[in-house]
Design a protein around this ligand. Sequence first.
Ligand code: HEM
Length: 492
Amino acid sequence: MYLSSFSTGYSKIPAKMTSSPPPVKTSITPQPTSLPTRTIPGSYGLPILGPLTDRLDYSWFSGNDAFFKKRVEKNQSTVFRTNVPPCFPFFLANPNVVAVLDVKSFSHLFDMELVDKKNILVGDFMPSTKFTGDRRVCAYLDTTEPQHEKIKDFAADTLKRSTTIMIPTLTTLLDTMWDTVESQLPSGPVSYLVPIQKFCFAFLSRCIAGADTANSPDMAENGYLRMDRWLGVQLLPTVPINAFQPLVEIFLHSFPYPYFLVSNDYNKLYEFIEAEGKEVISRGQTEFKLSKDDAIHNLLFILGFNAFGGFSIFLPSLLASLGSDKSGIQEKLRKEVREKAESGLSFKSVTEMDLVQSFVYETLRLNPPVPLQYGRARKDFELSSHDSAYNVKKGELLCGYQPLVMRDPKVFDDPETFIPDRFTKEKGKELLNYLYWSNGPQTGTPSASNKQCPGKDFVALTASLFLAHLFLRYDSVTIADGSFSGVEKAKQ
Ligand code: HEM
């Protein structure tokens, strides 16, 4: 199974060896087609007014899901022109995009011959580099920039080196988390957001930066909050919030927030990594030829933005998938976990847990933690959806909204339904070619030549271990409305 490739699932093909990096190829990667050519439908509307009405519809009237769905219906096409926030009045960003909302058109975003990824992690708007020590960190670099290769190899190396401590660290931290939850349950339901975030911060600090929160009472207690604030202030302009409108539109979505609001938090996080992550920083300097500051600011971004940000969305949705199930999935998962991990949790035992892994993948399909991906056309090219071809011009920004792409009925049967064993057996494994949460297929290989998440296998493995640990400790858990309301200890 694919999890088994965790420690070697990163390819060290250097970007500079290929003048134009090879694209990720899947059987659905667009080939020259004989499909009918269509003009890209949709429009950007009148200057100022068009972007403004689209922004209000996206963030307020419809919400992002319905925003894209309505436009697919109106244009009778999964490829169309629209605006996405942020925009007018105080953002210089250009909101015009070409939306790509089916599996085939979305996969053009992985082809590094076709798209440039410079500075477009969250769209044409880029948060100030003040948030990242006055430098552009890895996720904002295109594959053609030499620094991208160095930092991406460094990121993959830190994860690879963490394999020896990963399972004991995860087990110890999860036991602490569950002990705390159990001690609070007699007073009523316990919201899982804080316990999960505390666990994620400690676990990821250790695995990515080698930094142990046990050596810093401030970080053990407040590290996750400091990260939340640093993330929140950068991302506010791009996050749709349906409550408290129109106040949110006026005060949170109309201008970027300045760095000084979170400089104290960021400096504390920097000091923590500098003091506790010495060994990893030193490898960054000697093996990957990064300056000390480049190593620390990139570690902080990878740890905080990429990993902590991703897991803080993903693990709660994993628990929500468990909580909303009515088919008896907990019993099936428990049975598989106890059978395969009879002699304890190990990488080998988890790779044998097909249902656990499929449950993880199905959660990632229906709730991709990073919903939007962007790519700027490097040249004029022909983009194809399942039924039409479209001419894209050099410089146009493609925008893929994954929650819709991952419900493409041409690829996924019964796409709106959570089917826990969807990714098992031969057909299920084939479907992994079209699971795109990591900015590439689940069967793809992250490398310096592409922009696929180097944490792809680590993420799926951690989530599988999280579930396996849960079902070794408990027979079942009761979860509703973002809280644990009961746990039944393992009887064995
Ligand atoms: C649930 C957790 C995670 C999610 C959902 C996630 C998702 C993603 C996505 C979607 C991208 C591509 C963004 C884009 O270019 O549009 C990305 C890139 C990246 N991720 Fe992850 N990620 C997660 C965890 C991690 C972890 C644990 C690491 C640790 C190494 C990591 C490191 C990175 C880096 C360095 C990039 C930039 C890649 C490049 O520039 O080529 N991520 N991630």
